[in-house]
Design a protein around this ligand. Sequence first.
Ligand SMILES: [Mg+2]
Ligand SMILES: [Zn+2]
Length: 273
Amino acid sequence: MEGLMVVFDFDKTIIDCDSDEWVVTELGFTPLFNKLLLVDTMPFNTIMDTLMKEMHKQGITIDDIVQVLKRVPIHPRVVPAIISAHAAGCDLRIVSDANTFFIETVLDHLGVKDYFSEINTNPGYVDQEGRLRILPLHDFTKSPHGCSNPCPPNMCKGLVIKRLLREQESKKIIYLGDGLGDYCPSLMLRENDHVMPRKNFPVYDLISRNPNLIKAKIHEWEDGRDLERVLLSIIQGIISIRDDSNVAQFFNHEILPVTTSHQALPQAPRIPV
Ligand SMILES: [Mg+2]
Ligand SMILES: [Zn+2]
């Protein structure tokens, strides 16, 4: 359907783990990773680039990385949810702090890459020496994004959403995410948009502290089955409001109603700052 955009985070939203951690763990680089985390003040994104350099030095090939990415855990209902949302005519996009190489490899393997019209993430590419480079989306050394929300220095997802709101003003947005970096874009959404924070994950906890700061309608979800049910229910609701009689054909199973009010979230005690 024209006029509806679904924006997905990638790690722990589309896939059921963090792709950076998955690659590092599966290739046996956790000790070095932990060491870099301890001794360095580099953002995660820069640590990953450093790790890729080290992996390359130690003989890990691009194909080794691809094979590991093909085994990434994903809930079996997520791909059907993506396909249904696309079939309903939604414009699907990704906003992620992973990188283009990991995301495109996984989506390609799952057979859903072409369903997405845009992937906003850190650039990842294979250089002439066959080493995977992972660069920051924002060059934080030259031009910091200056956002005061909990966004990593290499990426403010709120800025991406701001641009999408400017370019695609008439489209309603459904935003799905789990992490701290998904809080900033959630704050940007408008009254008629929808945000789907993953229950008991950092963005959910942050939203729960003061749901009134969020203008969009809030719908929690726990796992891939929930993601599918909640997402398709929102889409179905929007389409039926617009009285599109073709809606039924996109949904071949019963979709249960979802909560749409701020009251659906438990009000966590305010934490003094
Ligand atoms: Mg995530
Ligand atoms: Zn931000």
